[in-house]
Structures are given as structure tokens and as C-alpha cells.
Design a protein. Structure first.
Length: 380
């Protein structure tokens, strides 16, 4: 893989940190901050021409198994995105919340070249190991970015261009990164704008797929502000449980509809409709026009019936475990409590995996479990 001379790349890294770059890009502040951490905190060498660390087959399989629900939620998103960018020489990779590549889509005849560049399942792209790169930047800042050629911290990756976008859980936790990378591309950074937008759209589709899979036991309200797009591509998703409470909302719904930061919440407090009407409509195919509570904004929606029934055991398991002497929680504490319990349930009460899903250290997770009086079901 081509890369710039090590000495000139080191000079560029230092110049960008010092603010001496002429015509800096929009993401210069993010890059400079990442460069400083890579140099000062992680003691990485910008002149390095070695590729990323690659997990063994056994290590990768263990991680893929722990990410099974996430992987199944991607559906055909990776091959579809790859079909849009493959002619321009891109591969598409999916990383988990720790920067490990767990899936990818690439042309067979280019597989060896991409593997040599480290764009391969099992490659590790955390900032601690590889410095500034697309996946690492998204993991830290949780915003989409294009890290173009010499934007990369290591000289080894200065021939790559990487456009990456975050993937969030229904509760707003970062669970992965979608990335489209090319070995060769035009030098102009503006040439990557379209690819970056396609990656962001792909990440949103994966989010919504994960949402629908996670709440298959709930009634799902699929809504759009334009009635003509409800059937083909709903933008808002609301999960409503058997009690008529909204228990989860996708990112677009949280942006558009107020009052979804603290869930669960009765559907009648958010929309001017009784939950019974939604339950009655779920067997039909007609569109519903619903007005937001206390406002003039209308949504157009259809209702998807639960795909499976939550068993009594599952309902107990998904309830927030508490000790008998647990104090009453404030609304923010209740929201955090619900978020932590959902992550623990998804990780089958394995603290290391749950901490990674929540984006906190294991020590911080243990401290919050104690402060919020959360007790695992097997210890009750």
C-alpha cells in the first residue's frame, strides 16, 4: 500500500497540532486532538509502516458470537452499500464498539490487497493501537468523519481514505461503526462527501434494523412526516409495550418528538391517541394520522404487531432488578438505570461486554450498579 515518506508525515502531524496547516479541513480540530492523544498518551510512532493488529480466528469468532444480535441486524446493508461504492474501489467494513472489524464486504479479486492494508475481519482500529483513523475517531467523538489519506496518524495508512459513521442502540449507546475505505482515491478531500453521506445512511439503516430486532416483542409504530414515505421508508420508530408505554425510540424519533429522553412513558402523553387504538390498528393496513401531544405537528404511521410474545420469564429478566431497600430514583437516575439494565441484559449480565456497549470502564459500571442498587437476577 502506498504511503508518504515518514519524515514528511511526522512534520505534517506536528504542524497540524501546532496549527500551521494551510487551508485546514472542517475536521482539523478533531484530528489535532487525536494526534495529541496518539503521541502523548499512547506513545505511538507516526512513522510506523506496520499494519493493524489482527485477531486470531478463535478470538474473532468469540467476538462475533458475542455480537450475534448486532450482526444479524445488519441484513443486506453491507453488500448494498458496497454495491454503490465498489466501482470506485471501496470495501465496506463493520466494527464493534471496541474497534474490531467483525464483518466486511469486498470484491473477491481485491481481497488480498485490502487484507494487506488491514481492512479485514479481526483487524483492530482503536485509537490506543492505531492512532487517528476513521473508526477510532467515530468511537471517540461519536460523529461521522472522513479521514482522508495523510489525515491518518500512522504513515502506513496515508494511502487510505476512510469514511465512517456511528451506529447507536435504541437507547443511544454506541454499538458499532460502519466504514467505507478505499486504497486509492483522488487527493481532494471533497471527493469523499458522497461516500460519507452513503455511509451515514447505511449506519441509520443498521440502527433501525437493530431496533426492530431488539423490540420484536413490542408493538412498533413506524412513522414519517410525509404520508407517502411511511410504507417505503419510515423515519421514526417507536416501541410500545403491552401496557401502552413507549419503551424505546430510534434516533430520528428522539430528534423530532419531544419527551422521549426519559422512557418508558405512556403513549397518550406523547401522541394524541389512546394505546388501545394502536393495538386495534395493528392487524390492519390503513395509515394512521397522529398529532403530537400539545402541538400541531402531524405524523403518518402504520403499526406492526409484535412478532413474538415476551414470556413471563423474559419480562422478569428485562425488569430492572433492585434490592428491597433501594431508594426511589429521580427521573434521570431511572433513565440511566433502565439504560444500564438493558445493556446488562443484552450482554447476558457479563460486565465486560456491558461496559463496552455502554462506553464506560468496568470499574465505572460496577460503581453505577452499586449506586443505583441494581442486582443481577441470579443474586436475588
Amino acid at each position: 500500500m502506498p504511503y508518504v515518506r515518514q519524515t514528511s508525515h511526522i512534520d505534517r502531524v506536528r504542524d497540524l497540532i501546532a496549527g500551521h496547516i494551510v487551508n485546514p479541513g472542517a475536521d482539523t480540530a478533531r484530528l489535532a486532538s487525536s494526534y495529541r492523544r496518539s503521541l502523548d498518551d499512547y506513545r505511538l510512532d507516526p512513522a510506523s509502516t506496520t499494519g493493524p493488529r489482527i485477531l486470531t480466528g478463535a478470538e474473532l469468532r468469540a467476538i462475533q458470537q458475542s455480537e450475534e444480535n448486532f450482526l444479524r441486524s445488519t441484513g443486506q446493508c453491507l453488500p448494498r452499500l458496497h454495491a454503490m461504492v465498489r466501482e470506485a474501489g471501496y470495501c465496506v467494513i463493520l466494527a464493534n464498539a471496541r474497534g474490531v472489524t467483525i464483518d466486511y464486504a469486498v470484491d473477491t479479486d481485491q481481497r488480498k490487497d485490502f487484507k494487506k492494508a488491514g481492512l479485514y475481519p479481526g483487524s483492530c482500529w482503536s485509537e490506543e493501537e492505531e492512532g487517528t483513523c476513521g473508526i477510532a475517531s467515530v468511537l471517540l467523538d461519536q460523529e461521522a468523519i472522513t479521514v482522508h489519506k495523510t489525515d491518518h496518524f500512522r504513515a502506513a495508512f496515508t494511502g487510505l481514505t476512510c469514511s465512517a459513521a456511528p451506529i447507536f442502540s435504541p437507547h443511544g449507546d454506541l454499538i458499532g461503526v460502519l466504514d467505507a475505505s478505499a486504497l486509492n482515491s483522488p487527493d481532494a478531500r471533497d471527493s469523499q462527501r458522497l461516500v460519507k453521506q452513503l455511509v451515514r445512511q447505511g449506519a441509520t439503516l443498521i440502527e433501525d434494523g437493530f431496533f426492530l430486532k431488539s423490540y420484536g416483542h413490542c408493538c412498533i409504530l413506524l412513522a414519517h412526516r410525509n404520508r407517502h414515505f411511511v410504507e417505503v421508508q419510515p423515519e421514526m420508530l417507536l416501541a410500545i409495550d403491552e401496557h401502552g408505554d413507549i419503551v424505546a425510540a430510534n434516533r430520528c424519533a428522539r430528534d423530532v418528538i419531544g419527551g422521549l429522553d426519559a422512557l418508558p412513558r405512556p403513549v397518550a402523553e406523547v401522541l394524541e391517541v389512546r394505546a388501545e387504538r394502536l393495538f386495534d390498528a395493528r392487524t390492519g393496513h390503513s395509515l394512521l394520522s397522529l398529532r403530537l401531544a400539545g402541538g400541531s405537528t402531524w405524523l403518518h404511521a402504520r403499526v406492526r404487531a409484535p412478532l413474538r410474545q415476551a414470556s413471563a420469564r423474559a419480562r422478569v429478566k428485562n425488569a430492572a432488578p433492585v434490592t428491597q431497600d433501594a431508594p426511589a430514583c429521580t427521573p434521570p437516575e431511572l433513565a440511566e438505570r433502565t439504560r444500564i439494565v438493558n445493556a446488562m441484559n443484552a450482554a447476558k449480565w457479563r460486565p465486560l461486554q456491558a461496559a463496552a456497549m455502554l462506553g464506560v470502564s468496568r470499574a465505572t459500571l460496577y460503581r453505577r450498579l452499586k449506586q443505583l442498587h441494581i442486582v443481577p437476577p441470579h443474586r436475588q
